[in-house]
Design a protein around this ligand. Structure first.
Ligand SMILES: Nc1ncnc2c1ncn2[C@@H]1O[C@H](COP(=O)(O)OP(=O)(O)OP(=O)(O)O)[C@@H](O)[C@H]1O
Ligand SMILES: [Mg+2]
Length: 355
């Protein structure tokens, strides 16, 4: 039953982000003793996914996805046979529960299995369930445990896609929790006591989460993302969808594009982030976030960082999860520089190798 594992894994592990538009893969190792950095990037690859592979952020065709993963692994040169993957926050139920401190893993597991039907609104034989220890709870003598459950069918398509690529799914994580790890790294120590809002702006969805002291307090997904910009460009300049996407990424568009399309889109994104944060503040009576981190492919949109900072009045950064890492011989610095924010989730997953 406990196959949604957060387990400690030291063997080579691929962090594999299966997004709507591309498969992204990272392998990390511990940097050499004496190095100023903790991790080394051993391999990295991105492989676009064909239409029909993913629908509504779920795997629709495991064969197509598996083939893309196989290509990405081959290109990366990695020999790892196991991967950490994630399900979207919307596909999993997560809950923080408290247990008495000092229980063994087995005792915790038994206790959670006994009480799980209180927390999970599905029949327990239809879900994969896992837990991880977060740390001391507010009440002395208790610890906080993160409980996660996903329906079998979601995990099964992931496992099949990985099998097609010759890989084993050794960890199935939940996206916001995996992203959290990459962001802690991108922030460095200065972020420890601060409230950080993360916006992962993908192809079809934007995920906003709020983190304090290394823990995610709140997550929200919504449909306003890159696809809206590409559609606008497609119609306004009479281009095919592929052409529109390529030209946005390469900034190969008429002069009117920046002022009339890109900047209003950036302003709308900033406004959406602001709305989610307002909701979070009023629901939790929290003080405003100290900083905003932008992740996902859209984070690289020119000017977005400034527009979000101005609109929200909060210091804003584009997440660079490789800030404190050395690069192995198989990894090109340009790919990491260009795709840093898009690779944040894959980095968070790759970090699961180290517990
Ligand atoms: N430099 C860039 N400028 C503008 N758009 C970009 C840039 N780089 C990537 N993109 C686009 O940003 C979008 C989001 O990329 P990302 O890799 O985060 O998506 P994804 O993970 O596949 O999607 P999702 O997370 O929604 O499933 C993609 O459509 C991608 O084409
Ligand atoms: Mg994504």
């Amino acid at each position: 039953m406990f196959s949604l594992g957060f387990g400690r894994k030291k063997a080579p592990l691929l962090g594999l982000d299966i997004g709507s538009t591309a498969v992204k893969l990272i392998e990390l190792s511990q940097a050499r003793a004496g190095s100023a950095h903790t991790y080394q990037v051993e391999s990295c690859a991105l492989e676009p996914l064909p239409p029909g592979a993913i629908a509504e952020r779920k795997i629709a065709d495991p064969q197509l996805v598996g083939e893309a993963i196989r290509k990405a692994v081959a290109r990366s040169g990695s020999r790892a046979k196991a991967a950490a993957v994630a399900v979207p926050g919307s596909a999993a139920i997560t809950k923080i529960i408290t247990l008495p401190e000092g229980l063994s893993d087995e005792e915790m597991e038994n206790q959670i299995k006994m009480d799980a039907d209180q927390y999970i609104p599905y029949p327990l034989d239809e879900v994969d369930l896992d837990f991880t220890l977060l740390g001391p709870a507010v009440t002395a003598g208790e610890v906080d445990i993160l409980l996660a459950a996903a329906r079998h069918e979601i995990a099964i398509n992931l496992i099949i896609a990985l099998e097609v690529a010759g890989l084993k799914a050794s960890i199935i994580d939940v996206e916001p929790y995996a992203l959290e790890n990459a962001c802690i790294l991108a922030l460095g120590v200065q972020g420890e006591d601060q409230t950080t809002a993360i916006a992962d702006i993908g192809a079809n969805a934007m995920r906003v989460q709020v983190m304090r002291q290394g823990r995610t307090l709140f997550t929200r997904e919504q449909g306003f993302a890159a696809a809206q910009l590409f559609e606008e460009v497609e119609h306004r300049y009479d281009l095919t969808p592929e052409e529109a996407r390529r030209r946005v990424i390469e900034e190969d568009l008429p002069e009117t594009y920046a002022a009339e399309v890109r900047d209003p889109f950036a302003a709308a994104l900033a406004q959406q982030i602001g709305r989610v944060l307002q909701f979070f503040y009023s629901a939790t009576s929290s003080k405003p976030a100290d900083q905003v981190l932008l992740a996902g492919g859209m984070a690289a949109l020119p000017g977005l960082e400034q527009v979000v900072a101005d609109s929200l009045g909060i210091t804003t950064f584009v997440a660079n999860p490789f800030l404190h890492m050395t690069l192995g011989p198989k990894v090109g610095v340009q790919l990491l520089q260009r795709q840093g924010p898009a690779l944040a989730l894959a980095v968070g997953l790759a970090l699961r190798r180290f517990g």
